[in-house]
Design a binder for this molecule. Structure first.
Ligand code: CMP
Length: 143
């Protein structure tokens, strides 16, 4: 079954949005396979966002994502990667539809509340970075 990496960013944790975001994924029907509150070390942030290292906002991005705790999760289910992207809304909250997570809670592209993998390759890479061997839980979910 497909898995994706989802992270509530420091602004979302500070603004008490973890519960609502977890609830949205639960209510959609996805299965939680792993979750942890953590402070991201700079090296991990640089690796996670490696594809943006030549962008002018890279330093700001790394500073922000390491500025406070994040809530890292792995969600599992049919088409979870693309569906989670739809639930999150466009990267820039100014362009996200109302009803999406960023559309409802975000204002700026830097502090956009949530990150989610954008492809199967990214999902595999990001899950591997944040959840090492044995870090996920396998169980049967009936409903
Ligand atoms: P995310 O989905 O975590 O992936 C890369 C992040 O870069 C993105 O969300 C935005 O938060 C951030 N980002 C993109 N463009 C800018 C920008 N112009 N200034 C600051 N941050 C940006």
């Amino acid at each position: 079954m497909e898995k994706t990496f989802i992270m509530v960013k420091p602004d979302g944790v500070q603004r008490n949005l973890v519960g609502d975001i977890v609830s949205r994924f639960e209510q959609k029907g996805f299965k939680l396979a792993g979750a942890k509150l953590m402070q991201i070390p700079t090296e991990l942030a640089e690796e996670h966002y490696g594809e943006h290292k030549d962008k002018p906002f890279f330093g700001e991005l790394v500073d922000f994502i390491t500025s406070g705790p994040v809530f890292a999760m792995v969600w599992e289910g049919e088409n979870v990667i693309s569906t989670a992207r739809k639930m999150m809304g466009a990267t820039n909250p100014a362009e996200s539809d109302i009803g999406t997570i960023r559309g409802d809670y975000g204002l700026t592209v830097g502090k956009n509340v949530i990150h989610g993998s954008d492809s199967p390759e990214s999902a595999e890479r990001e899950i591997g970075l944040f959840f090492k061997e044995g870090g996920l839980v396998e169980y049967t979910k009936d409903a």
